[in-house]
Design a protein around this ligand. Structure first.
Ligand code: OAD
Length: 249
């Protein structure tokens, strides 16, 4: 039996509008390695911080495209976990909106109301040169290949890239505007599975607190946000969320 912190339970029971801000830890129990986990297999030799950059794509498009194609393939073998399902149940009884830093589709596949993908999505593509969205089917490798040529843009023959925010690139303004509204115009903010290491996303809990929104961290370890929150619940998302939602009655 998991003890849900009383203060969190009282806040959750009273909340009509709840915003959930997630990071890689929310996908971890589904088997998606967190951003700062060591990579495995072929990709262990590469540092995501260097691959996830426009410079890397310009220098080695086949390598960067292969990495994202492999990550996209991995998502076909991964399922939402009990924490995702708990949020879906909560969404049946209150207005639950999700703002995520993650680029996977686990929230969408759980039927969550996703308000913003702050760092883009593995599942949307665009031209590196002319920015034209690219929505044609793409070949996904079923084994870890190190090189795979990206598709070419039908409009300008440029190379197609993932529509993901790479290091050094700005966040999508519209998504960030929606996120700011979602963390200020709400009754409760849950910050789940993020180290709070990357701004401006990591600034959202601070903005919530400045607007007197109760902010709860759900994370098994302390983070750079822990001293800014109303309460920290040291628990995994897949364990804590089912316990919280089932205790709401
Ligand atoms: P990190 O890998 O930095 O942090 C993952 C967090 O999840 C850590 O604090 C873990 O303790 C926590 N965690 C792990 N397992 C968990 C579980 N089962 N339940 C709850 N929490 C768990 O990932 P992010 O904080 O998401 O940006 O990283 C933020 C951004 O850094 C990423 O979106 C990416 C990277 O730069 C871009 O790519 C632009």
């Amino acid at each position: 039996m998991i003890d849900v912190p009383t203060e969190l339970l009282d806040l959750a029971r009273a909340a009509q509008r709840i915003t959930i801000l997630t990071g890689a830890g929310m996908s971890a129990e589904s088997g998606v390695p967190t951003f700062r986990d060591a990579q495995d297999g072929l990709w262990a030799q590469y540092d995501p911080m260097t691959l996830a950059t426009p410079e890397a794509f310009e220098a080695e498009p086949d390598l960067v495209w292969a990495w994202y194609a492999w990550r996209r393939h991995l998502m076909t073998t991964i399922e939402p976990h009990a924490g995702h399902r708990a949020l879906s149940l909560w969404g049946n009884r209150a207005a639950v909106g999700v703002v995520t830093q993650n680029v996977d589709d686990l929230h969408e596949r759980s039927g969550h109301r996703v308000l913003a993908h702050l760092h883009g999505s593995l599942f949307t593509l665009r031209c590196f040169d002319c920015d034209l969205p690219y929505d044609r089917p793409v070949e996904l490798p079923t084994t870890q290949v190190e090189r795979l040529a990206p598709p070419t843009c039908p409009a300008c023959a440029g190379q197609i890239r993932p529509d993901i925010v790479w290091f050094g690139e700005p966040l999508p303004i519209a998504a960030f505007d929606r996120a700011e509204e979602a963390v200020t115009d709400t009754d409760l903010l849950l910050v789940i599975g993020t180290s709070g290491a990357v701004f401006p996303a990591a600034g959202l809990p601070l903005l919530a607190r400045a607007n007197r929104v109760p902010t709860i961290e759900i994370n098994p370890t302390e983070t750079e946000l822990s001293h800014e929150t109303t309460l920290n619940w040291r628990i995994r998302a897949g364990e804590g969320l089912p316990a919280l939602v089932s205790a709401l009655d």
